[in-house]
Design a binder for this molecule. Sequence first.
Ligand SMILES: [Zn+2]
Length: 148
Amino acid sequence: MKTESVFHEKVCPKMGSSNRRKYRAIFYSLVRQMVNVLSFLKNSLLKTKVFFLALALARKYRPRTFDDLIGQESVSLSLSHALKNNRLSHAYLFSGLRGSGKTSTARIFAKALLCEKGPTPKPCQECIQCQMANENRHIDIIEMDGGK
Ligand SMILES: [Zn+2]
């Protein structure tokens, strides 16, 4: 209690004891609010970390060719034929359940269109366009996440 009285004598000597109690209550509520904010920040940081880990895994294991794409043989076949015979539409709309391969198909298709050896159903994976597409940093492949 000695430090407290020193504090009150030096910092606010004219403050009455009721005011002291009031300011102490305000101070403690501020501390409590700060602790709440800090724990909220900690939780959201953890969530962001998990989100980025999941994103990294999705990028690492995303199929890179139409042959790697599992379960969408009809789609990859018709897109491959369109690429091979140069019969491309001006826009494509992929629809389907979560995890069915819309994004993967679209990314492979974009890469097939941008590859320096193409448009080809089998992107070379070696040219600068394919490398940038595989590393998710191609300037012409923009993924807009509307679900979040
Ligand atoms: Zn290429």
